[in-house]
Design a protein around this ligand. Structure first.
Ligand SMILES: [Zn+2]
Length: 59
């Protein structure tokens, strides 16, 4: 396997890691109540997921 010729400098390492950022959470809307929810997640407002009730939300 090919090996790197020389060690990357700390500056180069830092420049690479400076590109590393947090991504914002992807928000969708609940198909039942319209509240903003994270995708592939049960709606914590009405307890629906994929068009059916999976949680009983107590209020
Ligand atoms: Zn909902």
């Amino acid at each position: 396997m090919a090996a790197p010729r020389r060690k990357h400098s700390r500056a180069r390492q830092g420049k690479r890691r400076a590109q590393w950022k947090m991504s914002t959470v992807q928000l969708g809307s609940c198909g039942h109540c319209g509240a903003a929810i994270r995708s592939h997640t049960v709606c914590m407002n009405c307890g629906y997921y994929k068009g059916r009730q999976v949680l009983v939300v107590e209020r």
